[in-house]
Ligand binder design. Sequence first.
Ligand SMILES: [Zn+2]
Ligand SMILES: [Zn+2]
Length: 208
Amino acid sequence: MVDGRVLLDGGAPLLPHMHRLGVDPGDIEVVFLTHFHGDHTLGLPPFVLHRVFVDRRPITFVGPSGVEEHLEKLWEVSWGPDWKRVMRPQFKARYVTAKASGTAVGVKYETVRLDHGTMGSTGYRIHVNGKVVAYSGDTEPTAPLDKLVDNADVAIVEATGPGDVFSHMSWEAAGKLRRRHPGTRFFFNHVYSGTVTGAVKDLQVVEV
Ligand SMILES: [Zn+2]
Ligand SMILES: [Zn+2]
């Protein structure tokens, strides 16, 4: 989450995390989705329930092509026939297919298409309060990732595990990436077990 109003993917158990941090789930104005794998989307259904029953402020979902079809299917799988009958009419969501660059709810962004298995991942450079936050979702450490983090103030990038990590970035490659971009502050997430230098801690809050 960035600036209390921007959410980057939604895989974690969002609602309990937000409550623990004292964040109002109703304050989220825009969600940027990198891809539709479960560990990046399955925290969203309970969060959406909050936005249907507790706080009905409008919300925008920006994501790769098919974002509306994919998410509406996810809500329907999660909540059954009552989704369309009772919940959907109360849910003020707007879906936007991510472009090369654009603005969503006043948040300026650029995208970089990243290599991640057959699905790929849409990386975002998000402009908040004069700073650039680069966010990869999942990616192999290929050239587009360097383009994504280039000159960013902050980079939130996955570093899955040591050695050979299919379709993801290894800890070794993450270290090299950081050394190639010394002016960027890196936070590594998606760590599958153990720890790596620079990995973010659960529920860590960072001022930039
Ligand atoms: Zn993935
Ligand atoms: Zn993932």
